[in-house]
Design a protein around this ligand. Structure first.
Ligand SMILES: [Zn+2]
Length: 103
């Protein structure tokens, strides 16, 4: 992948660190998870949900890793159950692979 340097003034999107692999990516290349006011963690494809956010690469592997290392929980200062992770993984898959079947 060869991307030309555009200089510092041309950078539009901020950079975010994946809580699983610690890789720094463009904001558009990571997924945002938000802890809402009710203590539930939701997947936020729009990036507009208010609340404490954490970022994971747009890949199921990194979400798995975030579960194993509890990096996501640490970043959001919350405990997540296996059910929570399953729900988030399904939401993630729907967005990453485009088969949105959430009803
Ligand atoms: Zn990652």
């Amino acid at each position: 992948m060869s991307r030309k340097q555009q200089g510092q003034t041309a950078r539009k999107s901020p950079l975010r660190t994946c809580v699983a692999c610690r890789r720094i990516s463009d904001k558009r290349e990571v997924l945002r998870f938000v802890r809402g006011a009710d203590g539930r963690v939701v997947f936020d494809p729009t990036g507009r949900v208010a609340g404490r956010g954490a970022y994971v690469c747009a890949s199921p592997e990194c979400l798995e890793k975030a579960q194993k290392t509890r990096g996501l929980e640490r970043a959001l200062k919350i405990r997540l159950s296996d059910d929570d992770y399953q729900r988030l993984a399904e939401d993630l898959r729907a967005v990453v692979y485009g088969n949105s079947q959430s009803a």
